[in-house]
Design a protein around this ligand. Sequence first.
Ligand SMILES: *[C@@H]1O[C@H](CO)[C@@H](O)[C@H](O)[C@H]1NC(C)=O
Ligand SMILES: *[C@@H]1O[C@H](CO)[C@@H](O)[C@H](O)[C@H]1NC(C)=O
Ligand SMILES: *[C@@H]1O[C@H](CO)[C@@H](O)[C@H](O)[C@H]1NC(C)=O
Ligand SMILES: *[C@@H]1O[C@H](CO)[C@@H](O)[C@H](O)[C@H]1NC(C)=O
Ligand SMILES: *[C@@H]1O[C@H](CO)[C@@H](O)[C@H](O)[C@H]1NC(C)=O
Length: 635
Amino acid sequence: MLILIYLVSVLCSVRGAIFYDSYYGTQITREDVKRHDKANTTFWCVNEIEPCDPHEGRRVDGSCNNLQHPTRGATHTPFARVLPPVFDKNFEPKKAASGNDLPLARYLRTRLVSVGRVPSPLFTNLAIHFIVFMSADIVSLHDTVNYIAWKPYCCLERGKTDYMCAPNKIPDDDPVHRFSGVRCVNMTRPETFQTIGCIKNDTAPERIVSSTPLLDLSVIYGNALSSLMQKGRSFQGGMVKTELDDKGRVWPPSTKTQANVCFLNQRPQETRCHDMPEDGGNTLAGINLMVVWFWRYHNFIAKQLAAVNPCWDDDKLFNVTRDINIAVSLQIYYYELLPIFMGYENMVKDGVLTSTGGFKDDYNPHVLPQVSLEYPFVLRWVHTVQEGPLKLYDKDGYYLKQIPIVNLTLRTGYFGVDDNMDYLTQGSFRQGSAQFDYIADPDVTEMGLGPHQYVSDLMTNDLAKNRYFGFPPYVKYREFCFGKPILSFDDLHGIIDPERIEILKEVYEKVEDIDLLAGIWVEKPIPGGFVPSTFYCLVVEQLRRNTISDRHWYERPDRPNAFNLAQLSEIRKVTIARLLCDVGDTVERIQPQAFLKAGYANQMCSCDEINKIDFHAWKDEKCEPENHWTKYLVY
Ligand SMILES: *[C@@H]1O[C@H](CO)[C@@H](O)[C@H](O)[C@H]1NC(C)=O
Ligand SMILES: *[C@@H]1O[C@H](CO)[C@@H](O)[C@H](O)[C@H]1NC(C)=O
Ligand SMILES: *[C@@H]1O[C@H](CO)[C@@H](O)[C@H](O)[C@H]1NC(C)=O
Ligand SMILES: *[C@@H]1O[C@H](CO)[C@@H](O)[C@H](O)[C@H]1NC(C)=O
Ligand SMILES: *[C@@H]1O[C@H](CO)[C@@H](O)[C@H](O)[C@H]1NC(C)=O
């Protein structure tokens, strides 16, 4: 797949484009590019960008977001760091303060996080699907594919001599695997600008990913200029290509070849596999659902806009539709989903949300459009609230069956058979997430990659990867976030429950040895919210960075093609319940706050009772006055 993308990007090189070094962001010459071509590193180490136009809208490839630094915002550009890294010699993971090795990641996981299955009475699975979907926008899969497919030998003899292999040892007295005999789980080091060959090995490893650092629905629209412009669009009415199944359900186009990424499709019945600008939509089950919905929502918006503005051509409709679709995803993420986890008041106080309902205009061109390395990493705490079984319900709320969510990774075919899409949609807002309680689901801790691996503890890998990024210890972040230095285990009182401080004392020699994620796993929640306080702090740091550094942020009044106040007010009406009413299969009734379980003050009601966007706010006076027929289409 990478080779294909590489070829396409070579074939489509645009005349007049400028070449930049992906790491430094500086302009380079054609000679430099030739050197990269020769070393096969052009795809990763070179950004090819058309000259910026300050009046142009958001580019699909993220370039020209910051006019002074045109590559920042594009793929393969460096992360920011909240705190500078700490490594041992040769940039190996740091050791304990005493010089000893830190405890094994799997040992820490089994000691600090219990395993069980406790449903949340508050949050729905839909909330977890959405947060996973928004993370997929800014990360890439190659670090997982690497140990599943490209270097499947990390636990074997051969792995010992491969620098990239970094498998996790399982202790002999492991509570689960003392019975299975498994003593090693696969893992590779994260790819960096160094391992890919962009910069020399004598500098601190800098992670490289193939997503854009911007929240711009990359999973729908892709990351490369060539991808969406040629692949997903139908070039009619601003719409994207779709296909109908025999029950009339609308899907993104499906590949017709057998060789695709949906490796777990149970053939011959299961054949569906999305053929979209990016393969991300076929990965995790939650992402897959969201991708189908946002893909359909694009056409829903385009049809409404076309009815209001009959004179708009395909290009205009497509551009405005994409802009609205991205804004809808951000509005739901920032204003509906995250506040229920993190506390609305907290987020207003910390400058992430505006409580005025109007514009939020705090663009700062000196802050680059980047993601902090810490952000996607601490989001992995969400693994602790992921339920293992995915439950399927019919539209009257009757439970039908369940399947482990991990069995649906790279298995889009399952969604396409037996009316499963209807039942998974209903299940998403009827089933609870896992409880926020220091207990993780056994599927997450033992078979997190489903049939793709024999054994996989997602949380052990999360913690172990932490170490390869060189994050300073938990106490340093705690001090960064809340000011007060933590010098001893006793200083953790009030921050972590006493019984968990006891465990920390048993497993770590010194308080400054505690790994960032380990500390977050056991921390008490932020007042006014449900998430660990250091998680809150590092997530908010990035959420604020997004609104400040993204020149095309949807709440800004003076970006190119900005929404006017009436349009922004319409965007602010949207909810996940409305989105499901508009494009979800068999959704006729739903609770208004669908990230929360239905119940008192959030009773299921007819979709007619849930607020709609009025697309007349986008009415263009240049078009003919609308007639009764188009009015009928909108309502
Ligand atoms: C570059 O990639 C091509 C095709 O995969 C391969 O044949 C060639 O050996 C590679 N060149 C270098 C310098 O690695
Ligand atoms: C850095 O080291 C890795 C592993 O030995 C190697 O694959 C990579 O090519 C090196 N990068 C550079 C720029 O020398
Ligand atoms: C739509 O966006 C593309 C890419 O940014 C741009 O080239 C084109 O001019 C835009 N078209 C309209 C009608 O706004
Ligand atoms: C899920 O996958 C596991 C293998 O990882 C398999 O043993 C199990 O039968 C599968 N469950 C279902 C319901 O498909
Ligand atoms: C490690 O990966 C290999 C190749 O995919 C697989 O055969 C092996 O079972 C994996 N190890 C575990 C513990 O899952």
